[in-house]
Design a protein around this ligand. Structure first.
Ligand SMILES: Nc1ncnc2c1ncn2[C@@H]1O[C@H](COP(=O)(O)OP(=O)(O)OP(=O)(O)O)[C@@H](O)[C@H]1O
Ligand SMILES: [Mg+2]
Length: 359
């Protein structure tokens, strides 16, 4: 193999651009060189570190000092797969490799410590673990949900039959109503878990966002009005059709409308707004329909802000915490985008972007 001359390889550039931290020490374990990646890892500049004992950079009890010592004593490289270094930002987990530094005559000059930041690798590992956990939970949930659904319907049917009996004492109707109500609630939970655990791929057709909102309101508006919630519509009549599964998108808007209404316990105005946006930077540069659901509730709590889309996160006594997790998944399956922010004045604005059928 052809050997590169030193003119072809600038060793200083090489050390500067190395992603791993490199610390060189003399025979007394004093720092003689620190590359930029090393400066960042240890949170100290090369100028400050120069001439300082390695222990003052790593801490006197760091096992990495013994690692360098051993490498210098034995002349062989020694590795530590899992260690940590401390810098002003906190603890960073690293893998380390120490070796003897000798000059061209073979005389020992000191030691070299190579440090590799494991943070990114740990993050990727955590992502994989989370995905695996979700898949496992999803399979389990789907299994349980299927098992639970049929007996639930049996219980509901039996309670209804009981009430229909001619000898059924009317004074006990209240208890049967509780059974039916609670079964319906459990059934809602099971449906939600199934929708989350086993999402079906969207059956995409051209549909109109205004029309989907109106279909929902046809069923919901009376219930909302009874709770003191009025609906304001600011529709753009020209909004072009979106490429979407109407059943799934209906579920998204329904969840958002219910959340908005639930946020306004004493009533208030819920505004539904539609528009469209050409080549939205928030949505892979696609042209989108923009649907906003704006309420006048108390807004998001700091905790809700962090966990909004986490499955089972809820602040409501009877909530499942699956509403927004399902919305997030469905909108994502449509290559859309969902975000929740503060509304002007008070309350929340939820914005959903859905790609238009014709780009
Ligand atoms: N419009 C909103 N205003 C204030 N907080 C909201 C709003 N929408 C959602 N949240 C917060 O986010 C949480 C999660 O919402 P999500 O829809 O996922 O579940 P949920 O509404 O609690 O339960 P479910 O949807 O099953 O009834 C809510 O409990 C609430 O704290
Ligand atoms: Mg909800």
């Amino acid at each position: 193999m052809e050997r590169l001359t030193s003119a072809q390889v600038n060793y200083e550039d090489l050390l500067e651009s190395l992603q791993d931290g490199l610390v060189v020490v003399d025979r007394d374990l004093r720092v003689t060189f620190l590359n930029p990646a090393g400066e960042e890892l240890l949170g100290v500049s090369a100028a400050t570190a120069h001439g300082k004992p390695l222990a003052s950079l790593l801490g006197t009890t760091s096992p990495l000092i013994a690692l360098v010592d051993r490498a210098m004593e034995t002349g062989r490289a020694h590795a530590e797969h899992e260690a940590s270094v401390q810098n002003p930002q906190g603890k960073v987990s690293v893998s380390a490799m120490a070796s003897l530094l000798s000059d061209h005559s073979g005389e020992a000059r000191g030691g070299v410590l190579l440090l590799r930041d494991l943070t990114r690798i740990r993050e990727l590992e955590e992502q994989v673990r989370r995905a695996e956990r979700l898949t496992a939970v999803g399979t389990l949930v789907a299994g349980i949900a299927h098992e639970v659904r049929n007996p639930l319907m049996g219980v509901r049917g039996a309670a209804q039959l009981l009430m229909a009996e001619s000898t059924f004492p009317p004074a006990l109707k209240e208890y049967c109503d509780v059974v039916i109500r609670e079964v319906d609630r459990l059934n809602g939970l099971v449906e939600g878990m199934l929708a989350f655990a086993q999402p079906s791929p969207p059956r995409v057709v051209e549909c109109n966002a205004n029309q989907i909102l109106e279909e929902i309101l046809a069923l919901e508006e009376a219930v909302l009005r009874r709770r003191g919630v009025t609906v304001g519509r600011i529709y753009d009549p020209q909004v072009p059709p979106v490429a979407a599964d109407p059943d799934q998108i209906r579920q998204v808007f329904l969840n958002l409308i219910r959340n908005g209404a639930e946020a306004m316990e004493g009533g208030g105005e819920l505004t539904l707004e539609t528009a469209y946006e050409r080549r939205s930077p928030r949505c892979f540069g696609l042209s989108v329909a923009v649907v906003k659901v704006i309420d006048q509730g108390a807004g998001l709590s700091p905790e809700a802000r962090q966990h909004l889309f986490d499955p089972f996160f809820t602040t409501k006594p009877k909530g499942t915490g699956l509403g927004l997790a399902i919305c997030h998944r469905i909108v994502g399956d449509h290559r859309g985008h969902i975000e929740i922010g503060d509304a002007e004045g008070k309350g929340c604005t939820v914005t959903v972007l859905l790609p238009l059928a014709k780009q």
